[in-house]
Design a binder for this molecule. Structure first.
Ligand SMILES: Cc1ncc(COP(=O)(O)O)c(C=O)c1O
Length: 436
């Protein structure tokens, strides 16, 4: 009796262990990464061929002109006749690129965020109508006027609006106008409830307007309320939009009362790539929409609102070394264990440069090695045995954002109909880019 109960207990125990082991194996099979990996599709094969023919052999920012033009057409179609369109220049930081978008979209309106870029735009795109997209230190504004060339046809008194967000800044700019003996157009940044910046109190707005209205050197040119979080907050995006626009309207009413004028003809700016699609047929106070990134579509803009836009920019970088195994510094065998667990670490590819704000896109299935670490000189990627990359082949990545990434490459390689057709310099970081 005792023996048989001992045996059955052992059986139960063994059975339990076996089940546990099976469960663990099953769970491992479930969580173990699946083998993925796909070589370049024809689009990237052609792009690599074009780069080779044009003798590119270093990390290169490539812009597909045909896709850019399609994105411009989509944007124009969506914006329609209800709004004017202002190009967010920081997201397209190159004079020839801006010229292409200005021509394609039929607009001279630019939004700028950086003094050296403003100085360059004033010189090289003197027909542009500029709204600054953030409040600038008054010393930066002064530097802009110091860098301005006497023979410049850009009329800063009518073609430039400084964005100001507090009574203190208005006084600083008033002082600047007096010292330089110039007139300034002031656009007021409104906090439309999302706390991205701008004035949020009616009495502060009243103070700002009182100074502007009382000084002939200052003129009120409009308002700007940026609301990117409307597209990111949980819940109904159009309801978030309506709430933001209600605050915009309330602030405009305050301004109408203070100035005694109808302000609807001023620059009433709002939106950005994440939100510009939310304004079709809306009854809102704004009369112009701004956007930039959606025209080149970095990965941060892979959102439901922007499905009609296609990625137009890529980083192309040569493979320096291709290994058919994974070797890591430190104890031998770590690389082997990683590969046994994850078939997508079977191969190793070092790229020329790296550590960009970007994600690998072709060949598909490449990933950074979490143990090896990052490098801006040569970066390690792993992939499965499916990936047949060789040294000197190209790897393509998609920038996560355009504004800083484009600037890192000095120029943009323009790809059109299967060839690299042009090289566009990016905007220049120098204090006075044209004095250099
Ligand atoms: C004031 C303002 N408007 C619009 C945008 C939208 O730019 P994009 O369309 O490139 O996202 C930005 C981006 O930071 C911004 O600061």
């Amino acid at each position: 009796m005792a023996k048989s109960s001992g045996t059955s207990r052992r059986k139960v125990l063994l059975g339990g262990l076996a089940l546990g082991a099976l469960g663990a194996l099953g769970a491992a099979a479930y969580v173990r990464p699946k083998r993925v990996g796909q070589n370049h599709q024809p689009y990237f094969q052609q792009l690599g061929g074009a780069l080779d023919r044009a003798r590119f052999a270093k990390p290169t920012l490539v812009l597909d002109k045909a896709i850019l033009e399609k994105n411009i057409a989509q944007l124009k179609r969506h914006i329609g006749a209800q709004y004017d369109y202002r190009i967010v220049a920081k997201s397209l930081p190159s004079i020839p690129l801006l010229e292409t978008v200005m021509k394609g979209a039929g607009t001279q309106r630019l939004m700028l965020f950086h003094q050296p870029f403003l100085s360059q735009v004033a010189r090289q795109l003197p027909q542009s109508d500029v709204l600054m997209g953030k409040p600038m230190p008054v010393a930066a504004a002064e530097n802009f006027y110091r860098a301005l060339n006497a023979d410049n046809t850009f009329d800063h008194t009518t073609q430039l609006q400084w964005l100001l967000d507090s009574p203190a800044r208005v006084r600083q700019y008033q002082d600047l106008a007096r010292r330089l003996g110039i007139s300034l157009q002031i656009n007021i940044e409104l906090d439309v409830g999302l706390h991205r910046g701008g004035v949020s109190q009616a009495d502060q707005l009243t103070d700002m307007l009182a100074v502007i209205e009382s000084d002939p050197a200052l003129s009120l040119s409009g308002f700007m309320g940026y609301e990117p979080h409307v597209a990111k907050l949980p819940g109904d995006k159009r309801a978030h939009r309506d709430k933001a626009m209600q605050i915009y309207n309330e602030m405009l009413n305050v301004a109408r009362d203070v100035t005694g004028r109808d302000l609807s003809g001023l620059t009433l700016n709002g939106a950005g790539s994440p939100t510009y699609r939310l304004y079709n047929d809306a009854e809102v106070p704004i009369n112009e929409l701004s956007a930039g990134s959606c025209l080149v579509k970095p990965t941060d803009f892979d959102t439901p609102e922007l499905v009609d836009h296609r990625p137009a920019s890529f980083i192309a970088t040569p493979v320096i070394k291709a290994l058919d195994h994974l070797e890591l510094p430190g104890p031998a065998g770590v690389g082997m264990v990683m590969t046994m667990w994850n078939p997508n670490r079977e191969k190793t590819f070092f790229t020329y440069g790296g550590y960009w704000k970007a994600k690998p896109t072709s060949p598909q299935g490449l990933s950074l090695n979490p143990l090896f670490g990052r490098s801006s000189n040569q970066e390690m990627y792993n992939g499965s045995g499916e990936i047949a990359l060789q040294a000197d082949d190209w790897v393509f990545l998609r920038p996560t954002q355009s504004e800083s990434v484009f600037l890192q490459f000095g120029e943009i390689a323009v790809y059109d109909q299967g060839e690299i057709v042009d090289r566009w310099p990016v905007l220049n970081e120098l204090f006075n880019p044209l004095a250099a």
